[in-house]
Design a protein around this ligand. Structure first.
Ligand SMILES: Nc1ncnc2c1ncn2[C@@H]1O[C@H](COP(=O)(O)OP(=O)(O)OP(=O)(O)O)[C@@H](O)[C@H]1O
Length: 534
Protein backbone atom coordinates (compact mmCIF):
# COMPACT_ATOMS: atom_id res chain seq x y z
CA UNK A 1 0.00 0.00 0.00
CA UNK A 2 2.97 2.26 0.48
CA UNK A 3 3.48 3.18 -3.22
CA UNK A 4 -0.23 3.53 -3.80
CA UNK A 5 -0.65 5.86 -0.82
CA UNK A 6 2.31 7.91 -1.96
CA UNK A 7 0.86 8.17 -5.47
CA UNK A 8 -2.49 9.44 -4.16
CA UNK A 9 -0.78 11.87 -1.86
CA UNK A 10 1.27 13.36 -4.68
CA UNK A 11 -1.68 13.49 -7.08
CA UNK A 12 -3.67 15.51 -4.58
CA UNK A 13 -0.96 18.16 -4.49
CA UNK A 14 -0.25 18.19 -8.23
CA UNK A 15 -2.19 20.51 -10.47
CA UNK A 16 -0.47 20.16 -13.81
CA UNK A 17 -1.85 17.52 -16.16
CA UNK A 18 1.62 16.61 -17.41
CA UNK A 19 2.95 16.18 -13.91
CA UNK A 20 -0.02 13.93 -13.06
CA UNK A 21 0.61 11.85 -16.19
CA UNK A 22 4.23 11.41 -15.23
CA UNK A 23 3.43 10.41 -11.65
CA UNK A 24 1.01 7.73 -12.78
CA UNK A 25 3.23 6.51 -15.63
CA UNK A 26 6.24 6.19 -13.30
CA UNK A 27 4.13 4.30 -10.82
CA UNK A 28 2.83 1.88 -13.47
CA UNK A 29 6.35 1.12 -14.66
CA UNK A 30 7.71 0.56 -11.16
CA UNK A 31 4.94 -1.41 -9.46
CA UNK A 32 4.35 -5.10 -10.29
CA UNK A 33 1.17 -6.93 -11.29
CA UNK A 34 -1.49 -7.20 -10.03
CA UNK A 35 -1.12 -4.07 -7.87
CA UNK A 36 -0.75 -1.66 -10.75
CA UNK A 37 -3.82 -3.08 -12.49
CA UNK A 38 -5.94 -2.64 -9.38
CA UNK A 39 -4.62 0.89 -9.01
CA UNK A 40 -5.72 1.61 -12.59
CA UNK A 41 -9.14 0.16 -11.75
CA UNK A 42 -9.38 2.49 -8.75
CA UNK A 43 -8.26 5.54 -10.77
CA UNK A 44 -10.64 4.85 -13.66
CA UNK A 45 -13.59 3.98 -11.43
CA UNK A 46 -13.69 0.56 -13.04
CA UNK A 47 -14.47 -1.24 -9.80
CA UNK A 48 -17.61 -1.31 -7.83
CA UNK A 49 -16.53 -0.08 -4.43
CA UNK A 50 -19.94 0.22 -2.87
CA UNK A 51 -18.72 2.80 -0.43
CA UNK A 52 -18.70 2.05 3.24
CA UNK A 53 -21.45 4.09 4.84
CA UNK A 54 -20.49 6.82 7.24
CA UNK A 55 -22.49 4.98 9.93
CA UNK A 56 -19.98 2.10 9.73
CA UNK A 57 -17.10 4.50 10.08
CA UNK A 58 -18.80 6.14 13.03
CA UNK A 59 -19.32 2.77 14.74
CA UNK A 60 -15.62 1.94 14.26
CA UNK A 61 -14.60 5.28 15.63
CA UNK A 62 -16.66 4.80 18.74
CA UNK A 63 -14.82 1.60 19.49
CA UNK A 64 -11.28 2.79 18.90
CA UNK A 65 -11.21 6.59 18.90
CA UNK A 66 -12.49 9.05 21.49
CA UNK A 67 -15.70 10.44 19.91
CA UNK A 68 -15.23 13.93 21.34
CA UNK A 69 -11.68 14.14 20.07
CA UNK A 70 -12.94 12.86 16.70
CA UNK A 71 -15.61 15.54 16.44
CA UNK A 72 -13.21 18.33 17.31
CA UNK A 73 -10.54 17.08 14.95
CA UNK A 74 -12.99 16.53 12.15
CA UNK A 75 -14.00 20.18 12.21
CA UNK A 76 -10.37 21.06 11.99
CA UNK A 77 -9.28 18.51 9.36
CA UNK A 78 -12.48 18.79 7.35
CA UNK A 79 -12.57 15.23 6.01
CA UNK A 80 -13.86 12.13 7.81
CA UNK A 81 -11.49 9.65 6.16
CA UNK A 82 -8.48 11.80 6.88
CA UNK A 83 -9.52 12.36 10.49
CA UNK A 84 -9.98 8.65 11.15
CA UNK A 85 -6.59 7.95 9.54
CA UNK A 86 -4.96 10.49 11.81
CA UNK A 87 -6.58 9.40 15.04
CA UNK A 88 -6.52 5.64 14.54
CA UNK A 89 -4.47 4.24 17.46
CA UNK A 90 -1.58 1.80 17.01
CA UNK A 91 -2.75 -1.73 17.93
CA UNK A 92 -1.75 -2.81 21.43
CA UNK A 93 0.69 -5.69 21.88
CA UNK A 94 -2.01 -8.34 22.31
CA UNK A 95 -3.82 -7.21 19.20
CA UNK A 96 -0.60 -6.89 17.21
CA UNK A 97 0.11 -10.57 17.95
CA UNK A 98 -3.07 -11.63 16.15
CA UNK A 99 -2.30 -9.70 12.96
CA UNK A 100 -0.53 -11.25 9.97
CA UNK A 101 3.00 -9.90 9.71
CA UNK A 102 3.27 -9.51 5.93
CA UNK A 103 2.72 -6.27 4.09
CA UNK A 104 -0.79 -5.50 2.91
CA UNK A 105 -0.80 -4.92 -0.85
CA UNK A 106 -3.15 -2.62 -2.76
CA UNK A 107 -4.46 -5.57 -4.81
CA UNK A 108 -5.48 -7.40 -1.62
CA UNK A 109 -7.04 -4.29 -0.16
CA UNK A 110 -9.20 -3.60 -3.20
CA UNK A 111 -10.19 -7.24 -3.63
CA UNK A 112 -11.30 -7.39 -0.01
CA UNK A 113 -13.19 -4.09 -0.25
CA UNK A 114 -15.12 -5.12 -3.37
CA UNK A 115 -16.54 -8.19 -1.66
CA UNK A 116 -17.34 -6.44 1.60
CA UNK A 117 -20.77 -6.79 3.20
CA UNK A 118 -22.07 -4.24 5.65
CA UNK A 119 -21.81 -6.62 8.59
CA UNK A 120 -18.19 -7.52 7.89
CA UNK A 121 -17.07 -3.99 7.16
CA UNK A 122 -16.10 -2.79 10.68
CA UNK A 123 -13.94 -5.84 11.52
CA UNK A 124 -12.21 -6.06 8.17
CA UNK A 125 -11.54 -2.33 7.96
CA UNK A 126 -10.23 -2.27 11.55
CA UNK A 127 -7.90 -5.17 10.81
CA UNK A 128 -6.56 -3.46 7.71
CA UNK A 129 -6.18 -0.12 9.50
CA UNK A 130 -4.19 -1.86 12.23
CA UNK A 131 -1.75 -3.18 9.64
CA UNK A 132 -1.14 0.11 7.85
CA UNK A 133 0.96 3.21 8.41
CA UNK A 134 -0.80 6.54 8.71
CA UNK A 135 -0.69 7.69 5.02
CA UNK A 136 -1.73 4.23 3.92
CA UNK A 137 -4.72 4.34 6.26
CA UNK A 138 -5.86 7.48 4.54
CA UNK A 139 -5.58 5.77 1.14
CA UNK A 140 -7.54 2.77 2.44
CA UNK A 141 -10.30 4.96 3.81
CA UNK A 142 -10.53 6.91 0.57
CA UNK A 143 -10.97 3.64 -1.30
CA UNK A 144 -13.46 2.37 1.25
CA UNK A 145 -15.65 5.45 1.18
CA UNK A 146 -15.93 5.12 -2.57
CA UNK A 147 -14.12 8.10 -4.03
CA UNK A 148 -10.45 8.84 -4.56
CA UNK A 149 -11.08 12.45 -5.59
CA UNK A 150 -7.49 13.06 -6.66
CA UNK A 151 -8.36 15.01 -9.80
CA UNK A 152 -7.70 12.17 -12.25
CA UNK A 153 -10.25 11.24 -14.91
CA UNK A 154 -10.49 7.77 -16.44
CA UNK A 155 -9.12 9.19 -19.67
CA UNK A 156 -6.11 10.76 -17.92
CA UNK A 157 -5.27 7.47 -16.19
CA UNK A 158 -5.43 5.60 -19.51
CA UNK A 159 -3.31 8.26 -21.19
CA UNK A 160 -0.71 7.79 -18.45
CA UNK A 161 -0.76 4.05 -19.01
CA UNK A 162 -0.28 4.58 -22.74
CA UNK A 163 2.66 6.89 -22.05
CA UNK A 164 4.23 4.48 -19.58
CA UNK A 165 4.49 1.76 -22.21
CA UNK A 166 4.63 3.82 -25.37
CA UNK A 167 1.21 2.71 -26.60
CA UNK A 168 -1.48 4.59 -28.47
CA UNK A 169 -4.10 5.83 -26.02
CA UNK A 170 -7.02 5.01 -28.31
CA UNK A 171 -5.69 1.48 -28.72
CA UNK A 172 -5.52 1.21 -24.94
CA UNK A 173 -9.07 2.52 -24.68
CA UNK A 174 -10.23 -0.05 -27.18
CA UNK A 175 -8.78 -3.11 -25.48
CA UNK A 176 -9.65 -1.77 -22.06
CA UNK A 177 -13.33 -2.52 -22.39
CA UNK A 178 -12.71 -6.16 -23.24
CA UNK A 179 -10.65 -6.71 -20.10
CA UNK A 180 -11.25 -6.83 -16.38
CA UNK A 181 -8.97 -5.66 -13.58
CA UNK A 182 -6.09 -6.26 -13.03
CA UNK A 183 -5.73 -6.14 -16.87
CA UNK A 184 -2.77 -8.52 -17.01
CA UNK A 185 -2.82 -8.97 -20.83
CA UNK A 186 -2.70 -5.19 -21.24
CA UNK A 187 0.45 -4.81 -19.13
CA UNK A 188 2.04 -7.85 -20.80
CA UNK A 189 1.40 -6.22 -24.19
CA UNK A 190 2.78 -2.90 -22.92
CA UNK A 191 5.95 -4.55 -21.73
CA UNK A 192 6.41 -6.36 -24.99
CA UNK A 193 5.93 -9.92 -23.77
CA UNK A 194 2.36 -10.38 -24.91
CA UNK A 195 0.21 -9.85 -27.99
CA UNK A 196 -2.15 -6.89 -28.31
CA UNK A 197 -5.36 -8.20 -26.70
CA UNK A 198 -8.07 -8.39 -29.37
CA UNK A 199 -11.63 -7.46 -28.72
CA UNK A 200 -12.68 -9.10 -32.02
CA UNK A 201 -14.89 -11.80 -30.57
CA UNK A 202 -16.52 -9.88 -27.76
CA UNK A 203 -18.95 -7.00 -28.28
CA UNK A 204 -16.82 -4.27 -26.75
CA UNK A 205 -17.26 -0.52 -26.73
CA UNK A 206 -15.21 1.70 -29.07
CA UNK A 207 -14.64 5.29 -27.94
CA UNK A 208 -16.99 7.78 -29.58
CA UNK A 209 -16.13 10.53 -32.01
CA UNK A 210 -17.06 13.85 -30.38
CA UNK A 211 -17.78 17.38 -31.50
CA UNK A 212 -16.52 20.88 -30.77
CA UNK A 213 -18.94 23.77 -30.35
CA UNK A 214 -19.09 25.85 -33.54
CA UNK A 215 -19.04 29.14 -31.59
CA UNK A 216 -18.86 32.02 -34.07
CA UNK A 217 -17.17 30.11 -36.88
CA UNK A 218 -18.74 29.54 -40.30
CA UNK A 219 -18.13 26.54 -42.48
CA UNK A 220 -18.43 25.87 -46.16
CA UNK A 221 -21.20 23.37 -46.79
CA UNK A 222 -19.30 21.82 -49.66
CA UNK A 223 -16.84 20.54 -47.03
CA UNK A 224 -19.36 19.75 -44.32
CA UNK A 225 -22.60 17.81 -44.20
CA UNK A 226 -25.33 19.06 -41.86
CA UNK A 227 -27.57 16.86 -39.72
CA UNK A 228 -29.98 17.55 -36.87
CA UNK A 229 -28.59 17.29 -33.39
CA UNK A 230 -31.12 14.98 -31.76
CA UNK A 231 -31.88 15.39 -28.11
CA UNK A 232 -31.63 11.79 -27.00
CA UNK A 233 -28.74 9.80 -25.64
CA UNK A 234 -25.69 8.70 -27.54
CA UNK A 235 -25.62 4.99 -28.13
CA UNK A 236 -23.27 2.53 -29.72
CA UNK A 237 -24.86 -0.70 -30.92
CA UNK A 238 -22.40 -3.55 -31.15
CA UNK A 239 -23.18 -6.99 -32.50
CA UNK A 240 -20.52 -9.70 -32.66
CA UNK A 241 -20.81 -13.49 -32.57
CA UNK A 242 -24.58 -13.42 -32.16
CA UNK A 243 -24.55 -11.08 -29.18
CA UNK A 244 -25.81 -7.48 -29.18
CA UNK A 245 -24.88 -4.84 -26.65
CA UNK A 246 -25.72 -1.17 -26.29
CA UNK A 247 -23.25 1.27 -24.78
CA UNK A 248 -23.81 4.79 -23.51
CA UNK A 249 -21.71 7.90 -24.06
CA UNK A 250 -19.54 6.93 -21.06
CA UNK A 251 -19.12 3.36 -22.28
CA UNK A 252 -21.60 1.89 -19.79
CA UNK A 253 -23.51 -1.18 -20.89
CA UNK A 254 -27.18 -0.11 -21.12
CA UNK A 255 -28.51 -3.16 -22.97
CA UNK A 256 -30.68 -4.05 -19.96
CA UNK A 257 -32.66 -0.80 -20.16
CA UNK A 258 -33.40 -1.14 -23.87
CA UNK A 259 -34.08 -4.82 -24.62
CA UNK A 260 -36.54 -3.82 -27.36
CA UNK A 261 -33.76 -2.19 -29.36
CA UNK A 262 -31.14 -4.87 -28.68
CA UNK A 263 -33.46 -7.68 -29.77
CA UNK A 264 -34.26 -5.96 -33.04
CA UNK A 265 -30.61 -5.66 -34.08
CA UNK A 266 -29.62 -8.84 -35.86
CA UNK A 267 -26.78 -7.97 -38.25
CA UNK A 268 -23.14 -8.04 -37.25
CA UNK A 269 -21.54 -4.61 -37.04
CA UNK A 270 -21.10 -1.49 -34.91
CA UNK A 271 -23.29 1.59 -35.36
CA UNK A 272 -23.30 5.00 -33.72
CA UNK A 273 -26.51 6.94 -33.20
CA UNK A 274 -28.98 8.61 -30.90
CA UNK A 275 -31.36 6.63 -28.74
CA UNK A 276 -34.83 8.18 -28.71
CA UNK A 277 -38.35 7.14 -27.82
CA UNK A 278 -41.45 7.53 -29.88
CA UNK A 279 -43.72 9.71 -27.86
CA UNK A 280 -47.50 9.65 -27.81
CA UNK A 281 -49.00 11.88 -30.44
CA UNK A 282 -45.61 12.93 -31.73
CA UNK A 283 -45.40 10.45 -34.59
CA UNK A 284 -44.80 12.21 -37.86
CA UNK A 285 -43.88 15.53 -36.29
CA UNK A 286 -40.79 15.40 -38.45
CA UNK A 287 -40.76 14.23 -41.97
CA UNK A 288 -37.78 11.95 -41.55
CA UNK A 289 -38.38 8.51 -40.24
CA UNK A 290 -41.18 9.36 -37.85
CA UNK A 291 -41.26 11.60 -34.83
CA UNK A 292 -39.31 11.38 -31.65
CA UNK A 293 -40.52 12.50 -28.27
CA UNK A 294 -38.59 15.08 -26.28
CA UNK A 295 -35.82 14.12 -23.88
CA UNK A 296 -38.24 14.02 -20.98
CA UNK A 297 -39.96 10.91 -22.34
CA UNK A 298 -36.63 9.16 -22.80
CA UNK A 299 -35.59 9.95 -19.28
CA UNK A 300 -38.52 7.93 -17.93
CA UNK A 301 -36.85 4.85 -19.37
CA UNK A 302 -33.27 5.75 -18.75
CA UNK A 303 -33.01 5.46 -15.02
CA UNK A 304 -34.96 2.25 -14.60
CA UNK A 305 -33.11 -0.91 -13.71
CA UNK A 306 -35.96 -3.09 -14.91
CA UNK A 307 -38.22 -2.13 -17.77
CA UNK A 308 -41.87 -3.00 -17.45
CA UNK A 309 -44.00 -4.36 -20.28
CA UNK A 310 -46.02 -1.16 -20.06
CA UNK A 311 -43.00 1.07 -20.60
CA UNK A 312 -41.93 -1.01 -23.58
CA UNK A 313 -45.41 -0.61 -25.03
CA UNK A 314 -45.95 3.07 -24.27
CA UNK A 315 -42.46 4.40 -24.92
CA UNK A 316 -40.84 2.20 -27.55
CA UNK A 317 -37.22 3.13 -28.08
CA UNK A 318 -35.45 3.39 -31.40
CA UNK A 319 -32.07 4.49 -32.67
CA UNK A 320 -31.54 7.25 -35.18
CA UNK A 321 -28.26 6.11 -36.71
CA UNK A 322 -25.58 8.50 -37.90
CA UNK A 323 -22.38 6.54 -38.30
CA UNK A 324 -20.94 3.11 -38.84
CA UNK A 325 -17.72 1.82 -37.27
CA UNK A 326 -17.83 -1.83 -38.33
CA UNK A 327 -19.67 -3.17 -41.34
CA UNK A 328 -19.90 -6.86 -40.50
CA UNK A 329 -16.43 -7.71 -39.23
CA UNK A 330 -14.80 -5.00 -41.34
CA UNK A 331 -13.43 -1.98 -39.49
CA UNK A 332 -14.56 1.00 -41.60
CA UNK A 333 -13.45 3.79 -39.29
CA UNK A 334 -10.63 4.85 -41.57
CA UNK A 335 -13.00 5.46 -44.52
CA UNK A 336 -14.17 8.98 -45.33
CA UNK A 337 -17.47 10.11 -43.80
CA UNK A 338 -19.11 10.10 -47.27
CA UNK A 339 -18.19 6.48 -47.83
CA UNK A 340 -19.27 5.48 -44.35
CA UNK A 341 -22.59 7.22 -44.92
CA UNK A 342 -23.29 5.06 -48.00
CA UNK A 343 -22.44 1.94 -45.99
CA UNK A 344 -24.62 3.14 -43.12
CA UNK A 345 -27.65 3.64 -45.34
CA UNK A 346 -27.24 0.19 -46.78
CA UNK A 347 -26.77 -1.33 -43.32
CA UNK A 348 -29.82 0.34 -41.79
CA UNK A 349 -32.10 -0.68 -44.64
CA UNK A 350 -30.91 -4.28 -44.20
CA UNK A 351 -31.97 -4.36 -40.54
CA UNK A 352 -35.58 -4.50 -41.74
CA UNK A 353 -36.74 -3.07 -38.42
CA UNK A 354 -38.50 0.17 -37.54
CA UNK A 355 -36.28 0.38 -34.47
CA UNK A 356 -33.54 1.86 -36.63
CA UNK A 357 -33.67 4.82 -38.96
CA UNK A 358 -31.18 7.22 -40.45
CA UNK A 359 -30.46 10.71 -39.25
CA UNK A 360 -31.26 12.51 -42.50
CA UNK A 361 -29.07 15.24 -43.96
CA UNK A 362 -30.28 18.82 -43.95
CA UNK A 363 -30.35 20.31 -47.42
CA UNK A 364 -29.35 23.96 -47.36
CA UNK A 365 -28.11 26.18 -50.19
CA UNK A 366 -25.43 27.76 -48.04
CA UNK A 367 -24.45 28.51 -44.46
CA UNK A 368 -26.92 31.40 -44.05
CA UNK A 369 -29.76 29.26 -45.27
CA UNK A 370 -28.74 26.59 -42.77
CA UNK A 371 -28.72 29.18 -39.98
CA UNK A 372 -32.32 30.03 -40.82
CA UNK A 373 -33.38 26.40 -40.94
CA UNK A 374 -31.75 25.85 -37.55
CA UNK A 375 -33.56 28.75 -35.92
CA UNK A 376 -36.92 27.69 -37.32
CA UNK A 377 -36.67 24.13 -35.98
CA UNK A 378 -38.74 23.94 -32.81
CA UNK A 379 -39.42 20.21 -32.51
CA UNK A 380 -38.84 18.87 -29.01
CA UNK A 381 -36.31 16.28 -30.07
CA UNK A 382 -34.07 18.72 -31.92
CA UNK A 383 -31.33 20.49 -30.04
CA UNK A 384 -29.54 22.13 -32.95
CA UNK A 385 -27.40 21.14 -35.89
CA UNK A 386 -24.32 18.94 -36.31
CA UNK A 387 -21.71 19.62 -38.99
CA UNK A 388 -19.48 16.80 -40.13
CA UNK A 389 -16.46 17.06 -42.37
CA UNK A 390 -17.21 15.02 -45.46
CA UNK A 391 -13.70 13.66 -45.90
CA UNK A 392 -12.91 12.72 -42.32
CA UNK A 393 -12.30 9.31 -40.78
CA UNK A 394 -14.12 8.21 -37.62
CA UNK A 395 -11.70 9.11 -34.87
CA UNK A 396 -12.13 8.78 -31.12
CA UNK A 397 -12.49 11.95 -29.09
CA UNK A 398 -12.76 15.60 -30.01
CA UNK A 399 -10.66 16.77 -32.97
CA UNK A 400 -10.62 20.31 -34.21
CA UNK A 401 -12.37 20.79 -37.53
CA UNK A 402 -14.02 17.38 -37.92
CA UNK A 403 -17.37 17.50 -36.12
CA UNK A 404 -19.07 20.66 -34.89
CA UNK A 405 -22.18 21.02 -32.76
CA UNK A 406 -24.23 24.12 -33.29
CA UNK A 407 -26.92 24.27 -30.66
CA UNK A 408 -30.02 26.37 -31.03
CA UNK A 409 -29.94 29.59 -29.10
CA UNK A 410 -31.19 28.96 -25.60
CA UNK A 411 -34.58 30.06 -24.39
CA UNK A 412 -34.67 32.63 -21.61
CA UNK A 413 -37.08 33.73 -18.93
CA UNK A 414 -37.04 36.37 -16.21
CA UNK A 415 -37.47 34.69 -12.85
CA UNK A 416 -37.41 35.81 -9.24
CA UNK A 417 -34.91 34.43 -6.73
CA UNK A 418 -36.68 32.54 -3.93
CA UNK A 419 -34.15 30.41 -2.02
CA UNK A 420 -30.39 30.01 -1.85
CA UNK A 421 -27.96 27.39 -0.63
CA UNK A 422 -24.21 27.21 -0.27
CA UNK A 423 -22.21 25.52 -3.01
CA UNK A 424 -19.60 22.80 -2.83
CA UNK A 425 -15.81 22.83 -2.70
CA UNK A 426 -14.37 26.18 -3.62
CA UNK A 427 -17.82 27.66 -3.30
CA UNK A 428 -18.70 26.26 0.10
CA UNK A 429 -18.55 29.64 1.77
CA UNK A 430 -20.81 31.30 -0.82
CA UNK A 431 -24.55 31.17 -1.37
CA UNK A 432 -24.19 30.08 -4.96
CA UNK A 433 -27.15 27.72 -5.67
CA UNK A 434 -30.39 29.55 -6.37
CA UNK A 435 -33.97 28.41 -6.66
CA UNK A 436 -36.11 30.80 -8.65
CA UNK A 437 -39.75 31.07 -9.58
CA UNK A 438 -42.31 32.64 -11.90
CA UNK A 439 -45.76 34.08 -11.22
CA UNK A 440 -49.05 32.23 -11.40
CA UNK A 441 -52.21 33.79 -12.79
CA UNK A 442 -53.26 34.71 -9.25
CA UNK A 443 -49.98 36.39 -8.37
CA UNK A 444 -48.28 33.57 -6.45
CA UNK A 445 -44.61 32.87 -7.00
CA UNK A 446 -43.86 29.17 -7.62
CA UNK A 447 -40.42 27.60 -8.15
CA UNK A 448 -39.55 26.57 -11.71
CA UNK A 449 -35.86 25.68 -11.42
CA UNK A 450 -32.52 25.81 -9.72
CA UNK A 451 -29.22 27.05 -11.12
CA UNK A 452 -25.67 27.45 -9.90
CA UNK A 453 -23.76 28.61 -12.95
CA UNK A 454 -23.62 31.27 -15.61
CA UNK A 455 -22.30 34.11 -13.44
CA UNK A 456 -18.82 35.56 -12.99
CA UNK A 457 -16.87 35.50 -9.71
CA UNK A 458 -17.76 39.17 -9.22
CA UNK A 459 -21.45 38.45 -9.72
CA UNK A 460 -21.22 35.51 -7.34
CA UNK A 461 -19.92 37.81 -4.61
CA UNK A 462 -22.72 40.22 -5.31
CA UNK A 463 -25.37 37.47 -5.26
CA UNK A 464 -23.94 36.04 -2.03
CA UNK A 465 -24.19 39.43 -0.38
CA UNK A 466 -27.72 39.87 -1.67
CA UNK A 467 -28.73 36.54 -0.10
CA UNK A 468 -27.14 37.37 3.26
CA UNK A 469 -28.70 40.83 3.40
CA UNK A 470 -32.16 39.80 2.25
CA UNK A 471 -32.79 36.56 4.14
CA UNK A 472 -36.32 36.33 5.51
CA UNK A 473 -36.22 32.77 6.87
CA UNK A 474 -33.96 29.74 7.24
CA UNK A 475 -34.66 26.02 6.83
CA UNK A 476 -31.54 24.09 7.72
CA UNK A 477 -28.97 25.03 5.08
CA UNK A 478 -31.53 26.85 2.92
CA UNK A 479 -32.16 30.59 3.14
CA UNK A 480 -35.41 32.03 1.92
CA UNK A 481 -34.86 35.47 0.45
CA UNK A 482 -36.99 38.53 -0.14
CA UNK A 483 -38.74 38.13 -3.48
CA UNK A 484 -37.24 41.18 -5.14
CA UNK A 485 -34.36 40.08 -7.34
CA UNK A 486 -34.97 39.23 -11.00
CA UNK A 487 -32.63 36.73 -12.63
CA UNK A 488 -32.62 36.15 -16.35
CA UNK A 489 -32.35 32.39 -16.73
CA UNK A 490 -31.25 30.67 -19.95
CA UNK A 491 -32.30 27.04 -20.53
CA UNK A 492 -32.40 24.51 -23.33
CA UNK A 493 -36.02 23.46 -22.97
CA UNK A 494 -38.86 23.25 -20.50
CA UNK A 495 -41.06 20.28 -19.71
CA UNK A 496 -43.79 19.01 -17.39
CA UNK A 497 -42.39 17.81 -14.10
CA UNK A 498 -43.54 16.89 -10.63
CA UNK A 499 -40.27 18.15 -9.16
CA UNK A 500 -41.53 21.69 -8.63
CA UNK A 501 -44.90 22.88 -7.41
CA UNK A 502 -45.28 24.86 -10.63
CA UNK A 503 -45.49 21.56 -12.55
CA UNK A 504 -42.64 22.68 -14.81
CA UNK A 505 -38.92 22.12 -14.94
CA UNK A 506 -36.17 23.58 -17.11
CA UNK A 507 -33.40 21.66 -18.80
CA UNK A 508 -29.86 22.99 -18.17
CA UNK A 509 -30.89 26.25 -16.51
CA UNK A 510 -28.14 28.81 -15.90
CA UNK A 511 -28.20 32.44 -14.78
CA UNK A 512 -27.58 34.54 -17.87
CA UNK A 513 -28.02 37.99 -16.30
CA UNK A 514 -28.85 39.66 -13.04
CA UNK A 515 -31.69 42.05 -13.83
CA UNK A 516 -31.29 44.64 -11.10
CA UNK A 517 -33.20 46.99 -13.37
CA UNK A 518 -36.41 44.96 -13.45
CA UNK A 519 -39.09 44.99 -10.75
CA UNK A 520 -39.96 41.50 -9.50
CA UNK A 521 -43.65 41.95 -10.39
CA UNK A 522 -42.64 42.16 -14.04
CA UNK A 523 -40.85 38.81 -14.09
CA UNK A 524 -42.33 36.14 -16.38
CA UNK A 525 -45.49 34.18 -15.72
CA UNK A 526 -45.69 30.42 -15.55
CA UNK A 527 -48.10 30.47 -18.53
CA UNK A 528 -45.37 32.02 -20.63
CA UNK A 529 -43.00 29.18 -19.76
CA UNK A 530 -45.70 26.61 -20.34
CA UNK A 531 -46.09 27.88 -23.90
CA UNK A 532 -42.43 27.06 -24.53
CA UNK A 533 -43.04 23.33 -24.03
CA UNK A 534 -42.70 21.54 -27.36
N1 LIG B 1 -26.73 13.68 -35.80
C1 LIG B 1 -25.87 13.60 -34.78
N2 LIG B 1 -24.57 13.33 -34.97
C2 LIG B 1 -23.68 13.26 -33.93
N3 LIG B 1 -24.02 13.48 -32.66
C3 LIG B 1 -25.30 13.76 -32.40
C4 LIG B 1 -26.28 13.83 -33.43
N4 LIG B 1 -27.47 14.12 -32.88
C5 LIG B 1 -27.25 14.23 -31.57
N5 LIG B 1 -25.97 14.02 -31.25
C6 LIG B 1 -25.42 14.12 -29.90
O1 LIG B 1 -24.59 15.24 -29.84
C7 LIG B 1 -23.40 14.98 -29.15
C8 LIG B 1 -22.29 15.74 -29.83
O2 LIG B 1 -21.65 16.57 -28.93
P1 LIG B 1 -20.33 16.07 -28.18
O3 LIG B 1 -19.57 15.18 -29.07
O4 LIG B 1 -19.65 17.27 -27.68
O5 LIG B 1 -20.89 15.17 -27.01
P2 LIG B 1 -21.49 15.60 -25.61
O6 LIG B 1 -20.39 16.02 -24.72
O7 LIG B 1 -22.32 14.45 -25.20
O8 LIG B 1 -22.33 16.89 -25.99
P3 LIG B 1 -23.73 17.50 -25.63
O9 LIG B 1 -23.85 17.39 -24.14
O10 LIG B 1 -23.56 18.89 -26.14
O11 LIG B 1 -24.75 16.73 -26.38
C9 LIG B 1 -23.19 13.50 -29.26
O12 LIG B 1 -22.56 12.94 -28.13
C10 LIG B 1 -24.60 12.95 -29.47
O13 LIG B 1 -25.15 12.45 -28.28
Amino acid sequence: MHDFAELLDRLIYTRSRNAKLKLIADYLRAVPDPDRGWTMAALTGDIDLKGVKSSVIRAMIEERVDPLLFRMSRDFVGDTAETVALLWPEPDAARAETLPGDELRVAQVIERLTGLTRAQAPDILAEMLDRLAIEERFALLKLATGGLRVGVSARLAKTALAQAFDLDVDAVEEVWHGLKPPYLPLFAWGEGHGEQPTPADVPVFRPFMLAHPLEDARVDLSDYAAEWKWDGIRVQIVRVAGETRLYSRAGDDITGSFPDVAEAFAIEGVLDGELLVRGEGQGGALDDGGGAASFNALQQRLNRKTVTARMLRESPAFVRCYDILFDGAQDVRALRWEERRVRLERFVSRTGSDRFDISSLIEAADFDALAQIREAAREGAIEGVMLKRRDSAYVAGRRVGLWYKWKRDPLTADCVMMYAQRGNGRRSSFYSDYTFGCWTESGELLPVGKAYSGFTDEELKWLDRFVRNHTVDRFGPVREVEKTLVLEVAFDSVHDSKRHKSGLAMRFPRISRIRRDKPAEEADRIDTLRRMIV
